[in-house]
Design a protein around this ligand. Sequence first.
Ligand code: HXC
Length: 511
Amino acid sequence: MTNQEKLELMKEKAKKIEAGGGEKAVEKLHATGRLTARERLSLLFDEGTFMELYQFVEHRCANFGMADKEIPGEGVVTGYGNVNGRTVFAYAQDFGVVGGSLGEMHAIKIVKCLEEAMFAGCPVVGMNDSGGARIQEAVDSLAGYGKIFYKNTMASGMIPQICAIMGPSAGGAVYSPALMDFVYMVKQDYAQMFITGPVVVKATTGEDVSAVELGGAMTHNQKSGVSHFVADTDEDCINQIKTLLSYLPANHNEKPPVIECDDPVDRMEEKLNTIIPESSHRPYDMKKLINMVVDNGDIYESQELFAKNIITCFARMNGSPVGIIANQPRFLAGCLDIDASDKASRFIRFCDCFNIPILTFVDVPGYLPGTKQEFGGIIRHGAKLLYVYPEATVPKITIVTRKAYGGSYLGMCSGESGADMVIAWPTAEIAVMGADGAADIIFRKESAEIKQQKKDQYVAEFATPYQAAKHAMIEQIIEPRETRPVIISALEMLKNKKEDRPYRKHGNIPL
Ligand code: HXC
């Protein structure tokens, strides 16, 4: 064979692999609104930057007539390229090739992608669209999943791991996304995640449920909290992933990328002075408050539809990314419940892993009371917040806008829980409990008239920031309109913060 012939052979082999499952399979995918693996990758990467790896990998299974079966690219495309000029690794499963099913060599391609991303210190994006373990490969595909889970765990906290569910993800296949940092789901019937499908559910529990109801995007974004972001289409999903990447450093040794800021750092926001209602029982929109503080009002919210009583989002202050955790008085009065504790704790840990300073906006009446919460384990779930804030070593700034009561205040990054700077508005109410609760306990034997008097006195003396200020529990009380410049100044002051901890294997977070 001449060199020219060798070159032609290589091109021919590559072309065949690049055609995936062939025209018919591609047409079938397009008919459902779905893109192919290569189309998805080309939307992710800057033009001409994608470098494919392990393109010529082949399976070595001989079971059930597999010996002669060609599976182009093993049903998954992997490699690296630039996303807005920064290197990112990615893999995309190709449903058009044997249903994107995961055999031994398919798994090895993903494992190598994760491994190389770790060595290079770059984020990884996985696009999942697969019928799950390749049935013919039996335990070899099971072992493949095991290797992926192991690598996901090793990569955790070293590089950002982002997963997009753009097709079926069933059985054990759901656990690689669950081990990654953020899960996107496309809100189309083809994107589903469940550990057992509707047929098995019916057989074991008698429940009738459709695949979309059981594991579609809205289920996992609203109810289960498994997914963090919902996208309308494949294109929307990939664009959103690029937005997320723009807030993140490439790895745990880097600081997040700073961009030019055209929003004045000394911007006073007069509307903040009147945003808190006169009655402390009335809600207001914490999201609007955050919008007024951050650069250009831009936030990118994680788990927007889940546990709406707490907000978790990325934003920028003077061009530098921050992670924001905030109680939302519009839902459950901003109380902390099981889901809110889980949602915020995981977000805080992510920020801490990747050197993203944490801003906490507090308006919290307490942990949510009741049997549903107690029986569900609010004690161990709520404890996560009490654990993750002290554990985090990134700059932590807390702004108390209104209520900051009891254990829930300690769970929202008080000074004692490790805040570097606690700023209160004059409307802050920092106390052990609210006036009503306090009156029912310590003034319960008094006449109605005296009880009311004492309650008023409690509000005047305790439901303020001044008790906390007197005992040096907060750094400063400020006019609400100054919040943006004050936070930016605090972030600047803390920019070289380095907090070392004594060696231990690892802590034991309550799970
Ligand atoms: C081998 C598979 C496959 C699989 C799909 N295919 N899933 N081949 N192993 N797991 C093949 C089909 O045979 C078909 O091949 C092609 O992919 C397209 O599949 P269709 O069924 O035609 O597509 P569709 O009608 O869209 O249905 C999609 C589907 C269905 C709902 C995902 O394919 C399905 O139910 N697949 C099996 C799902 C499953 O039970 N997986 C195992 C989960 S357990 P042809 O040649 O006809 O085009 C698991 C354990 C992991 O994953 C454990 C880890 C810890």
